[in-house]
Design a protein around this ligand. Structure first.
Ligand code: 13P
Length: 263
């Protein structure tokens, strides 16, 4: 982690969990206990229906809100979809794009991810673009090939000026919801390759400013080791973000590391 150049970003992906009351209660608790931690960006990604009320609840804090998906069109006859500008209008500042569950279960393609990243930037949303290999791809030694292909597509329509805004989340599919975290060294290896590729695309200085999150079974007891790696700038947290204690511990430990204090 490079605290002077990249501000850590921790996002809780609530997926299709929590009813409104539980989401509001969790958001309040995170706001109350994380608002003084100014050295990190903190984001929650509730179900789309809860984006508006949760953004209202967090309005007086620096905690951001993300949608979990968006459409790439600005408007139109796309029943059931959400335009980035509508997500922005509801109070979100971020949108998760290309999560592996969307790729796996909802036919999300590399090309679609690129279009959505473009659309998110057009609506002044920060895209959190997800990439990551499956277990079969890792075992076939195709990790870097797959991740590079997904990354190239995700940033295909991003300009050099916009690139530092984009957040890339590396989430190996085999580590999601399995309790099987990538080791810090495994994650770092891929993060370094991602940053090198971004350097080829946008130049080294720009690549140094782009934040790379790790995701996949991040917990309070492994965040510190992950964050000590040079190219890991935060985490996209699933299961451990549904419970106040574990998510707040993840945020607090990262904030302390960012301030150069051992946790
Ligand atoms: P888990 O933290 O539950 O493994 O989920 C990771 C994830 O998919 C976050 O987007």
């Amino acid at each position: 982690m490079h605290p002077t150049t990249r501000r850590p970003i921790l996002a809780g992906n609530w997926k299709m969990h929590l009813d409104l009351a539980a989401g509001l209660a969790l958001a309040s608790e995170i706001r109350n206990r994380c608002s003084r931690l100014r050295s990190v960006d903190v984001v929650v990604a509730p179900v789309a229906l809860a984006v508006y009320p949760i953004a209202q609840r967090l309005a007086d804090s620096h905690i951001g809100v993300a949608a979990q998906n968006c459409h790439y069109a600005a408007r139109g006859a796309f029943t059931g979809e959400l335009a980035p500008s509508q997500i922005k209008d509801a109070g979100a500042g971020y949108v998760v794009i290309g999560h592996s569950e969307r790729r796996q279960f909802f036919g999300e393609t590399d090309e679609g991810v690129g279009k959505k990243v473009r659309a998110a930037l057009d609506a002044a949303l920060v895209p959190i673009a997800c990439i990551g290999e499956t277990l079969a791809e890792r075992e076939a030694n195709r990790t870097l090939e797959v991740v590079t292909r997904q990354l190239d597509a995700a940033v295909a329509a991003v300009s050099k000026d916009e690139a530092p805004t984009v957040v890339i989340a590396y989430e190996p599919v085999w580590a999601i919801g399995t309790g099987r975290t990538a080791t810090p060294a495994q994650a770092q290896e891929v993060h370094a390759a991602i940053r090198a590729r971004l350097g080829e695309r946008f130049g080294r200085d720009v690549a140094e400013r782009i934040r790379l999150q790790y995701g996949g079974s991040v917990k309070a007891d492994n965040i510190a080791a992950l964050m000590s790696e040079a190219d890991i700038d935060g985490a996209l947290v699933g299961g451990a973000s549904l419970e106040a204690e574990s998510f707040i511990s993840i945020v607090t430990q990262t904030a302390e590391l960012a301030q150069g204090r051992p946790s």
